[in-house]
Design a protein around this ligand. Structure first.
Ligand code: MN
Length: 286
């Protein structure tokens, strides 16, 4: 079957390259934080992006014991390894190689994310996606999407694309969200290939390379680096001279005030105080 693949004439440019900050979170999990509070406005509706990746169990084994969230969604993409998830509402799931966990914290969950492996490589991303003010207090929800259930396609250039969220080249992703219309693609580029993605001008977008390096409009993006893309241009063209893998994420900004205190992201300070007292007084767990 012939399919018309998206063609971008003028790509968005790399506006800024982000090296990320090495940090640790949870019970000492080592990770690189690529999106933190200073980029929340520029990359609205995205709040945080962590990249974890290590073959040293000391860097990840203790995981993230019980902790709360309120007011946003977490999207965990496990490239390698296994992570067990349990929450206060009684949900439990195992996230494995290539799988995604999409969790809507809404009004509040307390959960744990604990590796289920003693050795070997553990690698992935956790992205935080904001919720609009009128949905911050919705009921918690989550879905484990095994690798084989993530829609994918291959372009004529041989680029393999997994559509975690949104719609790409006519392929509907695993999850969609009406307010922010997130697009989340995992792109595997063979050497000498190019991938075109049309992006609405309003949508903020970034690319993170996790294997090899890519070129965006003449500028090189090295492994483990993230690029904030400009909003000018009808989309993005990612070129790879040698094999490379990257995620491309875009979303429509909410343009609402963001007040974050650790794992709580609301619109006002009062709502943060409310979250703290609800958490302390046990109104998160059901
Ligand atoms: Mn969490």
């Amino acid at each position: 079957m012939n399919r018309a693949f998206e063609t971008v004439k003028a790509s968005r440019q790399i506006e800024r390259i982000v090296n990320g900050v090495a940090t640790s979170d949870g019970a000492g999990v080592r990770l690189t934080r690529l999106i933190s509070q200073e980029l929340q406005k520029r990359l609205d509706p995205f709040l945080m992006l962590d990249n974890f990746g290590s073959d040293n169990p000391d860097d990840y084994i203790a995981g993230f014991p019980d902790h709360p969230h309120r007011g946003f969604e977490t999207i965990t993409y496990m490239l390698a390894g296994r992570m067990r998830h349990r929450d206060s509402a009684g949900h439990e799931g195992l996230l494995e190689n290539g799988g995604v966990q999409w969790m809507t914290a809404g009004r509040g969950v307390i959960h744990s994310e604990i590796p289920e492996q003693q050795d070997g490589l553990m690698e992935g991303f956790q992205l935080w996606l904001n919720l609009p003010s009128n949905k911050k207090m919705i009921s918690p929800w989550y879905r484990d999407i095994p690798s084989q259930e993530i829609p994918s396609y291959v372009t004529p250039d041989g680029v393999s694309v997994r559509v975690i969220a949104g719609r790409s080249n006519g392929v509907e992703g695993a999850v969609s969200r009406e307010n922010t219309e997130p697009l989340y693609l995992d792109i595997d580029l063979p050497g000498g290939s190019a991938f075109h993605a049309i992006l609405p001008a309003t949508h903020n977008a970034f690319v993170c390379v996790y294997r090899g390096e890519i070129d965006i409009r003449g500028k090189r993006l090295a492994e483990k680096r993230m690029a904030v893309l400009s909003n000018e241009g009808e989309g993005a063209i990612l070129k790879a001279g040698s094999p490379a893998r990257a995620i491309l994420v875009a979303g429509r900004p909410l343009n609402e005030p963001v007040v974050q205190y650790g794992p709580f992201v609301m619109n006002t300070r009062e709502e943060i105080y409310q979250a703290l007292s609800d958490f302390r007084e046990g109104r998160f767990a059901n």
